[in-house]
Design a protein around this ligand. Structure first.
Ligand code: F6R
Length: 245
């Protein structure tokens, strides 16, 4: 695991550099997209590079990590819509090339299998962007989700629902109780992982991810076993690491 501690702007540049060199080598790269607030600075940096003519994502394919279960299609906080706003709308990738698990499907098991197949048919994920939950989750893999899990329905913890209520006008009752999420096993198959974590509220989770045991109680700890993982931290998120200096 390579750990970088720098300003948020520098972290965004570093993540964008990774994507630029991947796409230079493979214009049809498969990129895994995280939603939430942490990666937005990266998408803004990618947008800047597209505008500057330094990058084109037009031939890439993107897969989201997860989606809420039960939100109506077109709900502004469904991750399909969030990806459109935060990512595809800003860069030059067509929405038809950006995929998310179908959390509105009647048969969620079939939807999970279809998503795994879509990722495999695309040749697997070349580079997966990740954020970390304040409880240590990656995607929606909460404590107890096996480290070998594939795309599945996950019950969201109270903590995750509370953390995400800020996207639902602070109305906890509006936050779905479940997500359809790539499993840790699915995520670990990506050829490169790039995690970004910023802010003091991530500091405890970051310690567990990097210095704690590898355990399904903290799904991000699986990154310790990935052969090609970069963890991008600002000073606040890194502040509880014992070896950060
Ligand atoms: C979102 C996702 C989640 C978030 C995490 C951090 O697709 O998979 O694991 O990355 O909850 O969210 P933010 O960045 O909003 O703090």
């Amino acid at each position: 695991m390579e750990i970088v501690i720098a300003s948020e702007a520098e972290l965004a540049r570093r993540a964008a550099d990774e994507i630029v060199s991947l796409v230079a080598e493979k214009p049809s790269a498969v990129i895994g997209i995280a939603t939430g607030s942490s990666p937005v600075v990266i998408y803004d940096e990618l947008a800047r590079r597209v505008r500057a003519g330094e990058l084109s994502l037009a031939h890439c394919t993107a897969f989201a990590l997860d989606e809420y279960v039960g939100l109506p299609v077109g709900h502004p906080e469904s991750y399909v819509e969030v990806m459109h706003r935060d990512f595809s709308n800003k860069v030059d990738i067509d929405d038809s090339r950006v995929h998310a698990p179908n959390g509105a499907a009647e048969d969620l098991v079939a939807a999970a299998e279809a998503y795994e197949k879509a990722i495999a048919d695309a040749g697997g994920v070349d580079l997966q962007l990740l954020g970390i939950g304040a409880n240590g989750h990656i995607a929606f893999n909460e404590a107890g989700s096996p480290l070998t899990s594939r795309t599945h329905v996950e019950d969201l913890t109270e903590r995750t629902r509370r953390d995400n209520s800020r996207f639902f006008d602070d109305d906890l009752s509006a936050v779905p109780f479940q997500g359809l999420t790539q499993g840790v096993g699915t995520i670990m198959e990506a050829r490169k992982l790039v995690m970004i974590a910023t802010g003091l509220n991530k500091a405890d989770a970051v310690v567990r991810m990097i210095e704690g045991p590898v355990t399904q109680e903290c799904s991000s700890s699986a990154l310790q076993n990935h052969p090609n993982a970069i963890v991008l931290l600002d000073e606040d998120a890194a502040s509880k690491l014992t070896r950060s200096r």
